[in-house]
Design a protein around this ligand. Structure first.
Ligand code: NAI
Length: 296
């Protein structure tokens, strides 16, 4: 199947860390992009954030200002879901909660034409469940980017039980046309990467809770000796503990409480305290201005 045409409108729902990044990827590929978020001002803030990130690259001579202006001019904030109706593809990147996502997909089905492809950036939730109950579940698939979306190459294209093979192929070709490295996966809990990554976080959290070493030491060790680009604690801080905890819970529940995937009370406490990681200024590390760097 061919990729979507660059004249096709791409809509992104959720202008958080992932949604804004996915919108940037589509705009960089030449598509007109509409970004919607149900928090007032969040879609415009997402676009402003993309501009700021790109302008840092201008300052380093990596990209021309005119190119940045062109990319940002292709991104438009949408004030309502209805403004996404004529999109060719909608990528949902909202909170990791099955019921909330199902509600959004039901609204999209009522608004969009029959040819609109509906994709979710969910990290772990069943694509089969997200699509169930819709009149046309065959046009729903997972399109799972990694954080930060403009940088990370891998994209999982996930088929649920009802997903049409042509829909998955079109998304695969489109992700490739956007400069990504797509991989097909079926809708198992956590798909491929998050399934393999769960024990990476879980064992690191157990080691910390058993007093083996502090997060900074474990991060440094895994970077230096394990060859990982980021250690587990700094990666969890980047992902956001609200998101990571929800993903852990969803994979744990989906595997009937398999202890390999058991969420940690430390993660839960960080969420309860609002220490969500980089995005809130504090997580395992302190990102607030003037905070002392932690030595391993
Ligand atoms: P985030 O918390 O940074 O952003 C979520 C955004 O969605 C917020 O701006 C929020 O206002 C908006 N939102 C929530 N409910 C909404 C609704 N009903 N309608 C419209 N907007 C709504 O979350 P993040 O990190 O961007 O994650 C989004 C999705 O992407 C989740 O499903 C997550 O599992 C997945 N994901 C997250 C990754 C990460 O590293 N953070 C990596 C890959 C996937």
């Amino acid at each position: 199947m061919p990729a979507l045409a660059t004249s096709d409108i791409i809509a992104v729902i959720g202008a958080g860390a992932m949604g804004a990044g996915i919108a940037q990827v589509a705009a960089q590929a030449g598509h007109p992009v509409r970004l919607y978020d149900n928090r007032d001002g969040a879609a415009q803030a997402g676009i402003d954030g993309v501009r700021r990130q790109l302008e840092k690259r201008v300052a380093r001579g990596k990209v021309a200002q005119a190119e940045v202006d062109a990319i940002v001019s292709r991104m438009t904030p949408a004030a309502t879901l209805a403004e996404l109706a004529d999109s060719r593809l909608v990528v949902e990147a909202i909170v990791e909660n099955l019921e909330v996502k199902r509600g959004v997909f039901a609204e999209l089905e009522a608004l969009c034409g029959p040819d609109t492809l509906l994709a979710s950036n969910t990290s772990s939730l069943s694509i089969t469940s997200i699509a169930a109950g819709l009149e046309r579940p065959e046009r729903v698939a997972g399109l799972h980017f990694f954080n930060p979306a403009p940088v990370m190459k891998l994209v999982e294209v996930i088929s649920g039980l009802a997903t049409d093979a042509e829909v998955a192929e079109t998304l695969y070709a489109t992700a490739a046309a956007w400069g990504k490295v797509p991989v097909h996966a079926s809708s198992t809990p956590g798909f491929i990467v998050n399934r393999v990554a769960r024990p990476f976080y879980a064992e690191a959290l157990r080691l910390m809770q058993e007093g083996a070493a502090a997060p900074a030491t474990l991060d440094a060790l895994l970077r230096q000796a394990g060859g990982f680009r980021m250690g587990p604690f700094e990666l969890m801080d980047l992902i956001g503990h609200d998101v990571n905890y929800a993903v852990t819970r969803s994979v744990f529940d989906a595997y009937y409480g398999d202890t390999r995937f058991e969420p940690s009370l430390v993660q839960q406490a960080l969420v309860e305290a609002g220490r969500l990681g980089r995005k809130s200024g504090q997580g395992f590390y302190d990102y607030r201005e003037g905070a002392e760097p932690v030595e391993p």
